[in-house]
Structures are given as C-alpha cells and as structure tokens.
Design a protein around this ligand. Sequence first.
Ligand code: AVI
Length: 330
Amino acid sequence: SAPAAPTTPTAESPDPNSFLRQHVREGLQRPFKALSSMYFYDDEGSRLFQQIMALPEYYPTRTEFALLEQHRAAISRALRPQDQEEPFFLLELGAGDGLKTKILLRELLETNAQFTYVPVDISAAALEGLSASLRAELPALRVEPVVADYGDALRLMAARPGRKAVLFLGSNIGNFLPEERHQFLLNLAQPLTPDDRLLIGLDLQKDPRQIRAAYDDTQGITAAFNFNLLHRLNRELGANFDLDSWQHYTDYDPLTGAVRSFLVSTRAQTVRFAELDWAVDFRAWEMIHTENSYKFTRHSIEEVAQQAGLQVAEYFTDEQNFFADALLAK
Ligand code: AVI
C-alpha cells in the first residue's frame, strides 16, 4: 500500500499552515488574546463576506458602488494623465470580483484612455476568475494580472516606466491598525512619482448606531463570519472550540473611530490544539479580539495621508457622506 503522507513539513513541502500556527500561538498567548481578521478568508469566510456585502445593514459596499457610478467620469479624469494619449497603468490592490472597478474600466475604455489594467492579488485563482470575466465583458481591455503581495507588486511596477494610478478600494485600509496602516501607506507612496495617483476607499464616521449595526447584523451573518475562524482552527489545527460556548460581540468607539469585533468565551474553558500539541485556558467572558474596522473623518484622512508624504487632491463621496474615495498624490 502507499506510504502514509508525511506529517512533518520538509523544505520541498512546507507546511501550508505554518503562518497560521505561529499566529495562533502568538495571538492566544497575549494578555488580551487576539487573532487577525486576515484568517477569516478561507473559502467559507469569503462566501460569508459576499453575503455580508449584500446585507441591509452593511452600507459600505453599496455606497461605494453608487458613488463610483455617480462620479465615474470625474474619477476617471482624475486618474488618467492630462495628455489623453499618454499611456498609463491602472493598478488595483485586492481586486476581488472587480465589480466596482468595472465601472471605472468601462468609463476609461469608452473615453479612449490608453491604459493597462494590472490587478494584484496573492491568490492566482482569484485573478484567473477576474481575468476570465474581463475577457468576456470587456474584450478590448489590456489586462496584466500580477500574483504577488502588494509590496512586491508595487516595486515591480515602479521599475516599469510610465504613469501609475493605484486603486485600493472597499475600505480595506480600515482593517489595519494605525501603525500597520502608516507602514502600508509609506510602502505604497515610496515608489510613486508626483505624476502618479492613488484612489483609496475609506468608510466615514457617522451615526454610531448605524456603524455598529453594520458589524452586528440581525441575521447573524457577521457573527458566523467571526465563528468561522474557530471552525477553521478546529479543522486546520485540530482544535476543539465548542461553538456553543462562544458569542460574537462588536463595539464602535467614536474616540478612535474603531469598530472592534470579538469572540467571547461564555464560560471558563480549556481549548486544545491537537496539531500544536498545545492548550489554551479561557476565563469566563474572556475575549479574542478578531477585527478592527476603522472609520475616518476628512481630518483624519488628511493626517494619515500627510504622515505618508501624500496629499488629498480630491474627495469623491455619496450624498449622505457615508463613504469616501479619496484621491491622493505626492
Ligand atoms: C474587508 N473589510 C473592509 C470589511 C470591513 O468592513 O471591515 C470586513 C468586514 N468585517 C465584518 N464585516 C465586514
């Protein structure tokens, strides 16, 4: 019979979960336990996020979609070079299904912009899906997908001559802690020239109840999105989280602009991780901090931009001022 698959990772077959293992060990040993929302997005998590984006309470996606529709001509003009003939690269970090971007791509094609669309993602499968849909829907579009992390992709593109317009939509910037956000923006800004442009999606501060409700929906999809992390640890690290002893809790702090999400242990319990040969104790009502979603004001956007050597050239917002796509330049 065939030999059993090796359980010890080797140089040829590195353990695909080594980052997760390390992260869990580190995060669950902190005085206030924490896990990164980065690990929400396995197949099931990505499916749940699609459902979140369609929830009545979750306003960011549909608001940004509508503002892109409304301002598509002005945004496209702001992104492309003044000289209509000059070619440029339109880079997108974390393109996802490209639904929002297609609004701008269509507008740019219709107005004869000379550009190449460069969607960047670490998932080759996500980029293949996007490229296939673009070939079908916008056959005239030049697409050069790049499978890389954002930093590598930007360095790669900086080495290629030509203007760049970089898109980072969808309020993804809100999921960074302030220091991470600062580093990210510094890295983003570093290879840009004064001719390049950056369009960033940011969720704005508003009625605090409305913000909180967006992360604590009545159908419990956001709760399931958080619980999925525990399912994932049970499955991938052989943990024994008993989901009946956990609750999802969300809070919005207007002082910092942060929505913080937690998983709460409703009783004292010990969770074992068979794959790590390790166990963690939880006190009753002890929490795991799972996510930050920062909300901004124009003032805080300008501060954050300035700290990274960038200026806000223009804001594009919806009528209710719920969401902003900010155009930044050096
Ligand atoms: C991906 N990111 C911008 C979402 C957000 O709003 O922070 C993730 C999310 N978490 C709960 N609901 C949505």
